[in-house]
Design a protein around this ligand. Structure first.
Ligand code: MN
Length: 255
């Protein structure tokens, strides 16, 4: 397939993961990695994907962010709980403080510049912590009347639980319906939502599955993985389309 590229397409920076290889012969080597689904989803939605590797120099991060029109914070390890004032619970998963620093710095710079920002899974959690919210370190610690499985074992694109979209939210507008089905691959969730944000999506056990900042053009997070569903679900592709199109809109709010 030949994709027509023109320079007017929005450039979407996607945060990469740092992965330490634990097998021979590359034992201990660190890789910048990203699931190809994010890249394909951005291309399908009309954007130009670029990978943002984890770096630690703030001025260099600023230079990275200046190259992009929209920021996509991808999934990955847990956020360091010390960043939201908690000690690590025994069920906390793997963390990478360097990635936390990189993404929070890139996020604050993109935010200052009024750029479109989408957080997926860990991305939503990073946004929540960066803006002063907290996380539940393991969903099993929540005590709803009826628990729901959020770590699905079926194919990645299969919707496995119900999500209710809240009225008068951008997310509800994008999907044009009150109830959707999503996949689910997370063991953490928002505990206290960051000030200035509203819940835009909820699972039936009360877990927050989406949120957004109401006084900003496009700053939205979802707890599920739409990038794994775009080939099977036009609504999930539309979420990326709206994000990519917002990335090219002129800044009129935070100027
Ligand atoms: Mn879920």
């Amino acid at each position: 397939m030949k994709t027509k590229v023109n320079s007017n397409k929005p450039v979407i920076g996607i945060s990469a993961n740092i992965e330490t290889i634990d097998r021979e012969p590359f034992w201990g080597q660190e890789l910048s990695s990203l699931n190809q689904n994010y890249i394909k989803a951005v291309i399908r939605a009309g954007g130009i994907p670029v990978l943002l590797p984890v770096i630690q120099d703030k001025e260099m991060i600023r230079a990275q962010v200046s190259l992009i029109d929209g920021l996509l914070l991808s999934g990955g390890y847990d956020v360091q709980p010390l960043l939201y004032g908690e000690e690590p619970h025994p069920d906390l998963g793997r963390i990478n403080p360097e990635r936390d620093f990189f993404e929070m710095t890139a996020l604050s710079i993109a935010y200052e510049q009024g750029k479109a920002i989408l957080g997926i899974c860990r991305g939503l959690q990073v946004i929540n912590v960066a803006f002063g919210g907290t996380l539940c370190q393991d969903i099993a610690l929540l005590a709803p009347k009826e628990k729901i499985k959020h770590s699905q074992q079926s194919l990645m694109y299969v919707p496995t639980h119900t999500v209710d979209l809240m009225p008068d939210t951008l997310l509800r507008d994008i999907f044009g319906k009150d109830v959707i089905g999503t996949n689910s691959f997370h063991h953490q969730a928002i505990k206290k939502i960051a000030p200035g944000f509203v819940v835009s999506a909820k699972a039936r056990d009360g877990v927050i599955e989406g949120f957004e900042k109401t006084d900003y053009p496009f700053l939205l997070g979802v707890q599920w993985h739409p990038e794994r569903m775009v080939e099977h679900d036009a609504d999930m592709l539309n979420l990326f389309r709206v994000f990519v199109s917002k990335a090219k809109e002129p800044l009129d709010v935070l100027a």
